[in-house]
Design a protein around this ligand. Structure first.
Ligand SMILES: [Fe+2]
Ligand SMILES: [Fe+2]
Length: 402
């Protein structure tokens, strides 16, 4: 480049502040709440602090001036210090007192700095058919590989009620560029379909060490229910969605306490279907790995309440079990729990060569997405490789004790 023109370019970049990311890079995440018929959460972040961060909310009417009937919701601000000592600002807000089965438009920002209007729909208060998307660990190759898994999943289930990712969303949570890549991969989807993410063990990888506390860079990206153990805010939680009870566990700590909590929730919360998710699997698919610790903690509670489906990650392979009870295949007419391990990112482990008789199907060196369809007395788990080939499908029997 000509010397003088490069000087002008540097000057222009300085004047226009081109290093300050605008609404396209705000990492807007619509997040599930404990009551998705009446409430949704949202979080986002900026590099330059917004004076009065707000969410504006309106009914999603077709008229262009729908926003004239909008109302403001103040957002909370949290300062986040990144690894390079720079400060960013994370915001979160609750969109509460919503009507069930209703489409809303919202935008986030402040003064003249706004995102686009984004549309979501609240859950129905009664049992109605719906589906949701489940992905295994994104974690690696997020920009290069996970992006195609998200795109394929959303093309196959554009009306997904919510998205769950079974932990290890990024590999090193202190590396801000990994989060940037995650939002780059699916920002358009995260803005409009509520997220119900799971915390994996990689959230506990800090400063090159495995610690007992999780990274401070996980939570500012989401605003999740706090109806689990008080000591595990936003990483242990549950919600109801049109006849489904969806429960999220933190597989890295306080397992016995969570097992006790789980028994209470499953005894108390009435629902036709129960899906449980945690990062580390009860039945491992990866070579040299085992789920004994989780089986010891959770298996008796899962069996007692006949949990329908357990969604997991961590083993960077794919495997779906037959319906099981007490770590054994149940007979054709009996009710059992189906366990699945999956992966959406590029890191792939070796399949356990002695992968036991509990698994009906398995896969390796492949990226996947999964659609769970819930309809009356029928729940279907469909597993696709990222080229949209249906690699496995199972219709799950309802429980007779619920
Ligand atoms: Fe993991
Ligand atoms: Fe992982």
């Amino acid at each position: 480049m000509h010397h003088r023109s490069s000087l002008i370019l540097i000057f222009l970049m300085f004047m226009t502040g081109s290093t300050i990311a605008g609404p396209e890079d705000w990492r807007i995440a619509l997040c599930i709440s404990e009551d998705p018929s009446h409430k949704m959460n949202v979080s986002w972040r900026t590099e330059k602090q917004l004076d009065t961060p707000l969410v504006q909310l309106a009914l999603n009417l077709p008229q262009v001036k729908f926003y004239q009937q909008s109302w403001d919701i103040p957002a909370q601000t949290e300062e986040v210090i990144l690894n390079d000592s720079s400060v960013v600002y994370a915001y979160s807000a609750e969109m509460a007192e919503l009507q069930p089965s209703t489409a809303y438009a919202y935008r986030v920002g402040s003064a003249d700095d706004w995102s686009e209007w984004l549309v979501f729909k609240t859950a129905s208060e009664i049992e109605e058919p719906f589906n949701f998307l489940y992905f295994g660990d994104p974690q690696n190759g997020i920009r290069s590989h996970v992006s195609r898994a998200f795109r394929a999943g959303f093309k196959a289930a554009p009306d997904a009620a919510f998205i769950t990712m079974a932990g290890d969303l990024v590999s090193v949570p202190e590396r801000d560029y990994e989060w940037e890549a995650l939002f780059h991969a699916a920002d358009w989807a995260f803005r409009q379909t509520p997220l119900a993410p799971v915390m994996g063990n990689h959230a506990y990888y800090i400063g090159g060490k495995w610690l007992r506390r999780h990274s401070e860079h996980w939570q500012p990206h989401f605003k999740l229910p706090e109806n689990g153990l008080e000591s595990l805010p936003e990483t242990n939680y549950f919600f109801h969605y049109q006849g489904l009870l969806f429960v999220v566990l933190n597989g890295s700590e306080q397992l016995d306490e969570q097992a006790q909590w789980l028994d209470g929730v499953l005894s108390r919360e009435k629902s036709s279907w129960v899906v449980l998710t945690l990062h580390q699997p009860l039945y491992a698919t990866g070579e040299g790995r085992d789920g004994e610790k989780r089986r010891k903690a959770f298996l008796s509670t899962i069996d007692k309440h006949e949990v329908d489906l357990v969604l997991q990650g961590h083993d960077h392979t794919f495997g779906r079990t037959f319906p099981l009870k007490g770590s054994k295949r149940v007979k054709e007419h009996q009710k059992g729990t189906v366990y699945i391990v999956s992966v959406s990112g590029s890191k792939q482990y070796k399949l356990d060569p002695k992968l036991n008789e509990l698994f009906a199907v398995s896969g390796k060196n492949t990226q996947y997405y999964h659609i769970v369809h819930v309809e009356g007395s029928r729940m279907t788990l469909s597993s696709y490789s990222v080229d949209d080939v249906l690699v496995d499908e199972i219709v799950i029997k309802p429980s007779k004790i619920r």
